[in-house]
Design a protein around this ligand. Structure first.
Ligand code: TRP
Ligand code: ZN
Length: 880
């Protein structure tokens, strides 16, 4: 395998503090698409806590024009310049460097560093993009104060933004103008940002808890001001929430969000100048679904919350990424839950989190890219912005709260900020703050950061009717050689009447009458004895999904039905339904694989359980929807030793078809009972009704007759919002009937709405009737481009990741397609290409014939000249 430069592995254990610290940075930009001149004046001084007198600056894809040290022009013999660094040896203790460089933003298709999107300038510096703008010690433990002067043509780029406060602006000659920005806070280089663009904004003054007025702005392209309300509202809600829940205030006078159509990820928390993928800003009822609205709230919150967890306290090195990301995901999860405000609403968000873990994080942790929440090594840091660092990291943070209680967790947070405000720190520092603030020993808890993989917790039970004891015996196993984790296991016991029994644990203090207790499993195996238990109870284990583990317990169908019908913990109630469904799905899949699709049967018990929940109007519609969705094909695949994607698809379709047929009357009744007439509102209650209604529709269209097709067509024609419109279209497409006219009508209506065109591609890419030939044909559509990440993802990723039965077509044609586009995308945008490369992560789990074809495709990619990003993913996939 060949790469641009030979890929080197970087190890966490090799961390050393920087030899020089930077106090101030003054940047001057003369912005032009083909050639931007960057003047950079930095003051450095030797780090008293480090050895050495070499100044090491990073720099990539930039041309050095001039370099001065303490006023002296340096010649080529005075420094060493490599492809990635500029080193000045034996430098004095105090240094002023003046560096002039040139870059070419319009040619930057990687979207890292300074680039042009739709004619406007944007930056993306996390993780290591600042070095593509200027030479700098581009590492997060170098924190400095920044002043930025922007100069550009006034007509083309009327808006000039950077971090912090605007302190000066005015006109220059030649139709140019300037703006000077100053960020009062020290920050690492990855939080630098600038925008030079033709944009408009929605703005308002907002009063903080301490009475200060701040200016809030949401910047978008002209024509999109009808889609900024929800982002603005979410920003205000985020500010309030962080004040109330964590006592954290906005520390600037001005806070800006800017939307850009070309962006590698969701959004970026640059100090005072958050830059967002349009997907997480722009929404109105016509163009955005309930899920889009929820995504905007979560991401606006996430980036805003980074201002404290990430910016004020940042990471010492990139191995500590989860310090800010796990914590900030946890904070945005809690924010979204609190915004709904009800217990079931909170549980519904929790169930969604569990689904994401199982759909993406557990597979990652069981595959070739498995890594601890705090990785020990990487080749390309961009490959480690993963579901493990983010979502499992959030689970680890959540476990502190589960173990310490909400108040204890808050104490830990307070101490963390007391100790570390303005510093670049490590995951261990966060753990120490949690431990010290609560007088707890969290030494063993460290293993959640250092040991990869999903632990398996096995539960056995025994009941002694004479002594009235009920024992839960918990044991755990991690990967071979791992030490036991500190696992909080929340449990409750249900009586025969379905009610929670009051709990009395033999050892350990707890409130009298408690019905849920958090057991702390710290050994390989432990027995927890409940006393005064008058009847053999049904245990509800791992309530609220209290730890990111796989729970094994031999539940009988009767016990699962009991939990599914009665558990007071909605997460475990949902979980019982998933277990009932999974058992059947696995049996049906095995049957399809062995004997084909004839003679499949679904038992009445299961159908009745579904019927009961579907029609139980005392239950939140959002919960009922989740309870009725079958485990995804990906999650089913994870349960199998040898994955047969077509058999899984057939089995799951059979179940959907059966439910759609047998429960037709109930589905129709709920379809009609959960309409949301009147003005559209994205609130959780309305969204929950739409979700249930549209799930009913999709079941009805799993086995459609004329009446069901007509129902979907009516909904498509009469929908007043994108949620209902796209749900109707997806149901129609997935029903397999001809939908040429619907697809065309939808496209014609929204041809000018890029985010809706993305949906149009996505829903076709994930339809089980869309094969690789159809995807290739869609690529010929004039609206398709590889250069825009959202568009590339909408078609290619939705096919490779969300359409397993077609992606794994027996002839291997889709694997060849995958290889072709990993290679093509790598030449444009390595970060996006590396994400696509990961679609093959689980290749070793498929039947030998498929495996051989997948391996061929991997080797085809490996033979090419690759970026470090793709090279790392492919090398790890092929390694033993
Ligand atoms: N820090 C960002 C977030 O989680 C993530 C991010 C945005 C990012 N853009 C990126 C990471 C580009 C790597 C590369 O909110
Ligand atoms: Zn983040």
């Amino acid at each position: 395998m060949r790469t641009d430069s030979s890929p080197t592995t970087i190890y966490r254990k090799d961390y050393t503090p920087p030899a020089y610290l930077v106090d101030t940075v003054e940047l001057g930009f003369d912005l032009a698409p083909a050639s931007t001149v960057v003047a950079n004046r930095i003051t450095l001084r030797r780090n008293p806590d480090a050895a050495g007198s070499d100044i090491v600056l990073h720099g990539e894809e930039i041309e050095l024009v001039q370099l001065r040290l303490n006023g002296q022009l340096l010649g080529e013999g005075d420094y060493e310049l490599s492809a990635a660094t500029l080193t000045i040896r034996n430098a004095p203790a105090e240094v002023v460097l003046e560096i002039e460089t040139v870059c070419a933003p319009v040619e930057n298709t990687s979207l890292s560093g300074l680039y042009v999107s739709n004619g406007n300038f944007f930056t993306q510096c996390e993780a290591e993009g600042f070095r593509r703008i200027t030479f700098f010690p581009d590492r997060p433990d170098v924190m400095a104060k920044y002043t930025v002067m922007l100069r550009a043509n006034k007509e083309q780029y009327p808006v000039l933004l950077s971090n912090g406060n605007l302190i000066e602006q005015g006109d220059l000659d030649d139709g140019r103008h300037y703006a000077k920005w100053e960020d009062p806070f020290k920050k690492p280089s990855y939080l630098f940002a600038l925008v030079a663009a033709k944009l408009v904004c929605q703005e308002e003054q907002f009063k903080l808890a301490d009475g200060r007025d701040v200016l809030l702005q949401v910047w978008v392209e002209d024509g999109n001001l009808d889609k900024t309300d929800y982002a603005m509202q979410s920003l205000k809600n985020s500010i309030r929430w962080d004040e109330e829940r964590f006592g954290l205030e906005l520390d600037l006078d001005r806070f800006m969000i800017v939307a850009v159509g070309d962006f590698n990820m969701g959004a970026m928390e640059n100090k005072g100048l958050n830059i967002f993928n349009t997907k997480f800003v722009l929404a109105n009822p016509r163009t955005a679904t309930d899920i889009d609205f929820a995504g905007i709230e979560a991401v606006v919150g996430h980036e805003y919350f980074h201002n404290w967890t990430g910016n004020r306290v940042t990471c010492r090195d990139w191995f500590q990424l989860s310090l800010k990301e796990g914590l900030t995901v946890f904070r945005d999860q809690e924010f979204s839950a609190d915004m709904i405000g009800t217990d079931t609403g909170r549980a519904v968000t929790r169930i969604d989190q569990v689904r994401t873990l199982r759909q993406a994080q557990f597979p990652e942790d069981a595959g070739p890219m498995s890594h601890p929440v705090r990785p020990d090594s990487f080749v390309e840091i961009n490959n480690f912005y993963t579901v493990t660092v983010y979502e499992k990291g959030a689970e680890v943070v959540r476990m502190y709260q589960t173990l310490l209680g909400r108040d204890g967790f808050r104490k830990g947070m307070d101490l963390y900020f007391d100790r570390h405000d303005g510093q670049a720190v490590a995951c261990d520092d966060f753990r120490a703050a949690m431990a010290d603030a609560n007088g707890r020993d969290l030494t063993q808890f460290e293993r959640w950061y250092s040991q990869a993989g999903t632990p398996v917790v096995t539960a056995r039970t025994r009941y002694d009717a004479v002594k009235r004891n009920f024992d839960i015996i918990l044991s755990q196993r991690g990967k071979p050689g791992q030490l036991p984790f500190h696992i909080p296991v929340a449990v409750g016991l249900l009586g025969a009447d379905g009610k929670d029994l009051p709990l009395t644990l033999e050892h350990g203090k707890h409130a009298k009458g408690a019905t849920t207790l958090v057991l702390e499993l710290t050994e390989q195996e432990q027995i927890f004895r409940f006393r005064e238990v008058d009847e053999r109870p049904t245990p509800s284990i791992l309530r609220d999904f209290s730890a990111p583990v796989i729970l094994e317990h031999d539940y009988t169908d009767d016990e699962l039905l009991h939990l599914f019908n009665h558990d007071s913990d909605p997460v475990n109630r949902w979980e019982a339904g998933q277990r009932l469904a999974m058992e059947r799905l696995l049996k049906l899949t095995a049957q399809v694989a062995a004997h084909g699709a004839a003679n499949l049967k679904l038992d009445q018990t299961f159908i009745n359980a579904m019927r009961t929940v579907l029609s139980d109007e005392s239950l939140d519609p959002a919960f009922r929807e989740l309870a009725l969705i079958l485990p995804s094909e990906t999650i089913i695949a994870e349960q199998m030793d040898v994955v047969d994607p077509q058999a899984i698809h057939t089995a799951r379709q059979f179940m959907r078809h059966t439910i759609g047929t047998v429960l037709k009357a109930e589905l129709l009744a709920q379809y009609h009972a959960n309409q949301t007439p009147g003005e559209y509102s994205p609130d959780a209650a309305s969204a929950g009704k739409r979700a249930l209604k549209n799930l009913c529709l999709s079941y009805l269209l799993a086995a459609p007759e004329a009446a069901e097709l007509q129902l979907a067509q009516q909904q498509f024609d009469n929908a007043t919002n994108m949620t209902d419109r796209s749900a109707a279209l997806v149901s129609l497409i997935h029903s397999g009937t001809d939908n040429g006219p619907h697809l065309q009508a939808f496209y014609d209506d929204f041809a000018n709405e890029a985010l809706v065109v993305d949906k149009w591609f996505a829903m076709q890419a994930s339809a089980p009737t869309t094969n690789v030939a159809a995807v290739r044909k869609l690529m010929q559509h004039p609206a398709f481009t590889l250069k825009n990440p959202n568009r590339a993802r909408s078609l290619i990723f939705n096919f490779t990741n969300a359409n397993p039965s077609q992606f794994h077509a027996a002839d291997g044609s889709a694997y060849e397609f995958w290889a072709e586009f990993v290679i093509k995308l790598d030449a444009i945008n390595p970060q996006v290409a590396a994400r696509l490369a990961r679609a093959m992560d689980r290749w070793r789990r498929y039947a030998p014939a498929l495996q051989a074809k997948m391996k061929q495709a991997l080797e085809k990619v490996a033979a090419r000249q690759l970026s470090n990003d793709v090279a790392e993913v492919i090398t790890k996939a092929l390694a033993n």
